[in-house]
Design a protein around this ligand. Structure first.
Ligand code: AMP
Length: 412
C-alpha cells in the first residue's frame, strides 16, 4: 500500500476528473459504495477466482459479521441495484480504492484505485459498444496512443460451460505440457489456464480449442453487432479468443485495454465485459449488466512511459508576505481567495528575507508585501516572482483589479 503525495496526488485527481467528465457527458451518474461489504457479496463473484479465494482481506467484525474490504466494484454495484431497485437503464460510474492480497510489484499493489462504469438492465449490443468506446475515449483524452483494445466473447452460459469442459479434456490429456501452476489452475477453472503467460504452457494453449467453435447463434450475432459498432466508430480492436478475464461472472462480450509499454504480466490497464447473471446471483431479478474497471496506478505508469498527461503546476498564484505581525496578511489572503485567486501567506512572524525565501519556494507568480510603510499608508507592494522582476506599490483597495491584470499577463 502506498502513500500518494504531491504532485502525483493532483495528477491523480485530474485523472479522475477527466474520467468523470467523459462518462458524465454520456449520462452516467456517480455511485459511492462502502469499502466494506458482507463477504457473501464477493463470494458470488465465483469461488474459482483467485480474487475471492486467495486475495481477499476478510475478517469478522465486533458484531460477529464476516465482512471483506472490496476487491472490486461490480459486485457492490449489483448489490446496490438489488437493494435500491433504481429505474433502468441504470448507468453509473465510480472511483475509489480496492484491496487484494497480491504479491506487490510495479503496477500491482495491495491497495489500488479503479475508475469504472456499469450499465444494468440493457440487453443491447450497442450498449457494449458505448461502454467500450467510453474507455477508449478516456485513454485518448489522457493522450495515450499505444493502448490496444482486445475483444472476445465467452458465449452464452451454456456455450461457456461446454467450452470449459472441452478445455478440461484438452488440458487433462496434456498434463505433461503444463507448468505446476497451470495444473493447479486447471483443477479450479480450465478457462483461466488460457491466461497463463508462462512459456512452459504455450504449446498446450496454442493447440487448445477456440471459444468461437462453441458460440451459439445468439452469442455470435451479439459479438458481430459489437464488432460492427466499434468499426463504425473507427475504434481499432484485436480479436483475442484467449481473453477470458479473471472474474467468473462474465458472459458474452469481454474486453481489455492493454498498455503498449508495460511488462506483460501487468500490461492490462483495465477491462470488463457482460455479466448477465450477477444480479440474479445476488437475489435480484434476472438483469443484464456490462461494465469495465480501469486501474489508476497502471494508467499513470502508461502515461509516464508515453510521456503524456504530466503532473500539472499546483503552485498558488499569490504569496502574501507581512512583516507587521501577520494579521493584515490574513485579511488580504481571505480577500484574494474570495475573489478567486489561489493564495498562500507566510506564518511565524519571520524576517522579510526569510518570508521572501518562502515566497520564491512556493512557486507563486507574485508576492504581495505588507511592511510598516504600506501598513501606515494603506498601500500594498506587488512584486513579480517570475520572469521580469519588478514591483509597484498600489492602494490596498485596488489589489484585486491590479492582480487580475498582472496575473493574466504572467500566465501568457
Ligand atoms: P480486474 O478487476 O482484475 O479486471 O482489474 C481491472 C484493472 O484494475 C486492471 O487492468 C488493473 O489496471 C487494475 N488492477 C487490478 N489489480 C490490481 C493491483 N493489484 N494493483 C494495481 N492495479 C490493479
Amino acid at each position: 500500500m502506498r502513500d500518494v503525495l504531491e504532485p502525483e496526488a493532483s495528477r491523480w485527481r485530474h485523472l479522475i476528473d477527466t474520467f468523470a467528465a467523459v462518462v458524465a457527458r454520456a449520462g452516467y451518474g456517480q455511485i459511492m459504495l462502502p469499502v466494506l461489504e458482507d463477504l457473501g457479496v464477493f463470494t458470488r463473484i465465483g469461488d474459482a477466482t483467485d480474487v475471492v479465494t486467495k486475495e481477499m482481506y476478510d475478517f469478522t467484525d465486533k458484531g460477529g459479521r464476516h465482512i471483506a474490504l472490496r476487491p472490486e466494484f461490480t459486485a457492490g454495484v449489483c448489490r446496490a441495484y438489488v437493494q435500491h431497485r433504481p429505474t433502468t437503464p441504470w448507468k453509473v460510474w465510480y472511483a475509489g480504492p480496492n484491496f487484494r492480497y497480491e504479491r506487490p510489484q510495479r503496477g500491482r499493489y495491495r491497495q489500488f484505485e479503479q475508475v469504472g462504469v456499469e450499465v444494468l438492465d440493457v440487453d443491447d449490443p450497442m450498449v457494449d459498444v458505448e461502454v467500450i468506446a467510453l474507455g477508449w475515449e478516456f485513454f485518448s483524452r489522457l493522450g495515450l496512443r499505444r493502448v490496444e483494445l482486445h475483444l472476445n466473447s465467452l458465449g452464452e452460459p451454456a456455450d461457456r460451460l461446454a467450452y470449459t469442459e472441452a478445455l478440461r479434456t484438452h488440458f487433462e490429456s496434456r498434463l505433461d505440457q503444463l507448468s505446476e501452476a497451470a495444473r493447479e489452475t486447471l483443477a479450479r477453472n480450465p478457462l483461466r489456464v488460457l491466461d497463463s503467460k508462462r512459456p512452459d504452457d504455450a504449446a498446450a494453449i496454442a493447440s487448445a480449442p477456440s471459444i468461437t467453435e462453441f458460440w451459439s447463434e445468439s452469442a455470435a450475432e451479439h459479438y458481430g453487432a459489437v464488432r460492427d459498432g466499434l468499426r463504425a466508430l473507427e475504434i481499432p480492436f484485436i480479436e483475442n479468443t484467449a481473453l477470458v478475464r479473471g472474474l467468473d461472472y462474465y458472459r458474452r462480450t469481454t474486453f481489455e485495454y492493454v498498455g503498449g509499454t508495460l511488462d506483460s504480466a501487468q500490461n492490462a490497464l483495465g477491462g470488463g465485459g457482460r455479466y448477465d447473471g450477477l444480479v440474479a446471483d445476488l437475489g435480484g431479478p434476472q438483469t443484464s449488466g456490462i461494465g469495465f474497471a480501469l486501474g489508476v496506478e497502471r494508467t499513470l505508469l502508461a502515461c509516464d512511459d508515453e510521456g503524456v498527461f504530466p503532473a500539472g503546476d499546483s503552485a498558488v498564484e499569490v504569496y502574501v508576505v507581512d512583516t507587521t505581525g501577520g494579521a493584515e496578511a490574513s485579511l488580504v489572503a481571505a480577500r484574494l481567495r474570495a475573489a478567486g485567486f489561489s493564495c498562500e501567506q507566510a506564518f511565524g512572524q519571520r524576517s522579510l528575507k526569510s518570508q521572501m525565501k518562502s515566497a520564491d519556494r512556493s512557486g507563486a507568480q507574485v508576492a504581495v508585501l505588507i511592511g510598516p510603510d504600506e501598513h501606515q499608508a494603506g498601500t500594498l507592494t506587488v512584486r513579480s516572482l517570475r520572469g521580469q522582476s519588478g514591483q509597484t506599490t498600489i492602494d490596498a483597495g485596488d489589489l484585486v483589479e491590479h492582480l487580475r491584470r498582472v496575473i493574466a499577463v504572467t500566465c501568457e
